[in-house]
Design a protein around this ligand. Sequence first.
Ligand code: ADP
Length: 476
Amino acid sequence: MTKTNSPTKISMVGLATVIISVVITILISWVLYQHTVNLLTQNLRQRLISVARTAAVQFSAEDLQELQTEEDWKKPNWAKVVNQLKKIRLNNDNVLFAYIIRKDKRDPAKMVFVSDSHSINPYAKIDISGDGKIDDADLLQWPGQEYEDPPQEAFEAYSGPITSRELIQDQWGIEIVGYAPIKNDSGETVAVMAVDMKADDFFSITRQTFLPFLSFIFILILIIFVLATILIRIWNRRVELMAELDRQKDELLGIVSHQLAAPITAIKWYLELLNDKDAKNLDEEQKETLATLQGVTNTLSDLVSMILDVSRIQLGRMNVESQPLNVNNFLKEILDVVSPKAKEGEILFKINIPNQIPEMLLDKRLTRMTIENLLTNAIKYTSKGGSVTFKVSLDTKLHFIISDTGCGIPKIDQTNIFKKLYRASNVRNGVAGNGFGLYVAKGAVESQGGQIWFESIEGKGTTFFIDLPFNLPKKE
Ligand code: ADP
């Protein structure tokens, strides 16, 4: 029977999938967005460093040396430096401030200005002097004026160009600062060139790209999700169809083998009758033919009942019918069938069975089929001169161990050996078989609540183990 999922279950799964897709979309977009922002910021930083560097080399250390105190702003050098700084600010897009600072000689933990580009700020109107007018006095930064709270990067710039690690947000917007050392002829840093760059445009542009970017990823994931759903549905339908075909095949197999069982039993019965009653009237050749016929019919009968069992296992209809069993007699019956096969194959057959196994409740047909199958296999897959050992023991369970010194099962085949129709690679072309036996044996053991497993080394031999639970018949 094919299982159908309830609509609630399906819609819950659908909802969960949509939520997961949305979360994944947001995560992926966020990661990609951050990555893009990082790349662009890196780019911005590099540009800023190159602006600061190019600016730094334009100044002579000697000129800057002259500008030490407030009075020095009147020197011609001051105008020269300010003009150079102005040019730097005007020639580079988005540069808000360009200024030169250096460590305070009296206290190197502080910084002072050398000069700046008039601190001209095209965006803000700050009346520093408090006279109600924006004029040069508001914007002048004189030599030696303390640079309050200088950032750490300004000091680090003495060793090489650097940009501010954090973005700075103030009344002029979001800014990033680039620093480059200004060196004298002996290579010593005498001051630091600083360039403040406005980064608002950059951020607003990257932010604007985020929404289309998010939508794109979302649509992409939605398409993948829809396609995957369609594919899964097609696949599930195929699997259901295959399962249904398989079930129908097992049903058919069951019906056919069931229908075959009755005539085969009749043939077996008549052949036995013929053998019992009329054998004395038959000549030697006819007796031989009769024996062959009986052998072939038995094989056919075994095969049909095995196929019937295969379909029972597949359809989950393996019935267990326990009955009180004299285990010693029962095992003897099996050995009577198997021992001649061992003898015929010139195989040493060692039997180790306790004498007085108590009567117990077991499914005779299933247990017989299992043990007979494993013993027949052990003999079949052991060559002349080898040995097969059959050991039975008893505690809370009935234990069977069937070991042989035969061809063994290659490691590569071991995981599949209990599968229907599976035959190991080392026997496929050499020894006749159909691959039903172990599948049915496992089904028979497990339907009785038991366990079956094996150990095998290719070329050395195989040991099968069976643990079978049992009940004792109730005493009258
Ligand atoms: P088959 O009719 O081929 O014997 P079975 O289902 O009984 O089918 O066994 C499946 C496969 O397991 C066999 O084809 C063989 O490869 C392997 N096998 C089973 N028993 C043994 C054994 N005692 N020694 C080696 N190989 C074995």
